[in-house]
Design a protein around this ligand. Sequence first.
Ligand SMILES: Cc1cc2nc3c(=O)[nH]c(=O)nc-3n(C[C@H](O)[C@H](O)[C@H](O)COP(=O)(O)OP(=O)(O)OC[C@H]3O[C@@H](n4cnc5c(N)ncnc54)[C@H](O)[C@@H]3O)c2cc1C
Length: 467
Amino acid sequence: MSKVILGGGLGGLSAAYYLKKFSPNQAVTLIESSSRTGGWIKSSVQENGAIFEQGPRTIRPRGDAGANTLQLIEELNLSDQIVPITSGHPAAKNRLIYANGSLHLLPSSLTGLFRKQEPFSKPLILHLLNDLKARRKEVKDESIYDFIGRRFGSEVADYLISPLICGICAGNAKEISVKFLMKQLFEYEQKHGSVSKGLLTSLFAKSKRPTVLCETALRARSEKWNIYSFKNGCETLPIALRNNIVSNGVNIKFNTECTEIITDKGQVILNLFNNETIKCDHLVGAIPANVLGRLLQKQHPELAQCLKKLTKNVSVAVVNLLFKENFIKNPAFGLLVVPKEQLPVLGVIYDSCCFPVENCGTVLTVMMGGYWFEEHFGTNPQENVLLDVAVKHVKRILNCDHDPFNYKVNILKQCLPQYVVGHDENLDLINGYIRTHKLPISLCGASYYGVGINDVILSAKNAVKDL
Ligand SMILES: Cc1cc2nc3c(=O)[nH]c(=O)nc-3n(C[C@H](O)[C@H](O)[C@H](O)COP(=O)(O)OP(=O)(O)OC[C@H]3O[C@@H](n4cnc5c(N)ncnc54)[C@H](O)[C@@H]3O)c2cc1C
């Protein structure tokens, strides 16, 4: 009997890749409800060479998860397709926020911390020192906004952390779990009394055994890559993964939606939309947790409840804009809007600063909605309305009067998971249920262990490593 992977996004493709890598003779079927693999990752190259990314656009090389992705890239022979942004590049150094009606550059150096810079009322270092005075609060978990507000003050929570959370998961920092998304800072306070003390202690702690790095990861380190993408955009990765797994015998069933999952004496039965069924001895669930919960509802209501509670996904409108003129005055990665501004725009990415294209003016991506999508746009907005809102706000925020000559509007419904307070605890309940009931099911993908490309790939590797 075979293994079945449900979902052909990055998580499902990676799970299939690692299953075949660890156990080449394994029969593997991947079930995908749409006509393509890659999930939210979609890049389209325009006539003039500019790339419109619908979903992710950059990957971080750092940490164990970053090194793991670079190794995967190397194994897929994609290393020469990488386009890195190194640490000295303006797109690596410069981050802007839009607050109180204007743009502000965030400090990017140590000296910057000692200067008073708008919109902060005092030098950032004084906010950071607040952490030394703030008393430890014993909590199981709390929102990132409350945690940062307690330790560093409300200005840091409003102007630094809230927009950052919009940039990571289009979410509301007042609901996202600090224990999950900023685990290290949370643990520093719980164990050492303050973030700064924890940070100092960790500097003197015995460093863990270094990870053995592949050639590409060593290159990333020596060339000081900050972030990277590929010549033809991020979709290069899922396309290469799909080609690899197909050539290694994975059977991909496109346009095949799973409507119910039943477990029975060590096997899993998947009911499909066309009344077909597929049986397997192990299922890797690589679809959003709330969808998986729906499929397990009848037989495992308790598990379904936890899965549905795990992630409340939010929708994002992604508007790619191409202008003839080059009008970016301060080259940067882009800007994030402070949620207090209550604008429909979450942020604007300066694609043409990150990855310039010859003879091409300005390329921008406007991200809108997120946690506040329905509040601003209702449930079913028209694309032309979204385009108008995006262009109007680009003109207002960047103080320019140019119109795009090419654009693409995508509405990404329920695309980003929100790791709300209690996420870790809920995850433990889910894993505990699967263990106790000996269900032949493993989980991977953005719903569980992090939203970044690196997290999703690593979650897939971990999900299949013992199968
Ligand atoms: C707008 C946006 C910007 C992002 N930017 C970045 C970035 O710059 N850097 C970064 O590292 N990460 C970024 N991310 C995050 C990253 O892209 C995602 O976390 C990752 O692609 C999720 O992969 P996944 O496989 O878990 O899920 P998905 O991509 O959602 O894949 C799930 C798949 O399952 C299929 N499916 C669902 N239900 C069923 C069913 N019942 N039966 C069969 N198939 C089903 C779906 O069709 C889909 O193909 C971004 C995400 C978004 C949305």
